[in-house]
Design a protein around this ligand. Sequence first.
Ligand code: FES
Length: 92
Amino acid sequence: MRFQHHLFICTNSRDTGDCCANRDSLAILKVIKDTLRERGLDSEGGIMANKSGCFGLCQQGPNIVVYPEGSWHQVRSAREAIALIDALPLAS
Ligand code: FES
């Protein structure tokens, strides 16, 4: 197993209308990547975080999908982003 969890953070941007980018999803992505790096979880056996395109729930963003759980999350703040990471079970 290369990574235990994989987070896909929608960073889609639209000129008009709702989108995750307009709701600071890039800042949320940075918090997640920084937190994973600080905790030493950004390498094999840890948690991967990547940008994603639109999930189609644009008015509920920023949206994150977590695999292998297949769970969907609305993450609006750095605190919620860190709480999401904290909630992911990690086998040692
Ligand atoms: S812009 Fe993020 S779900 Fe559509």
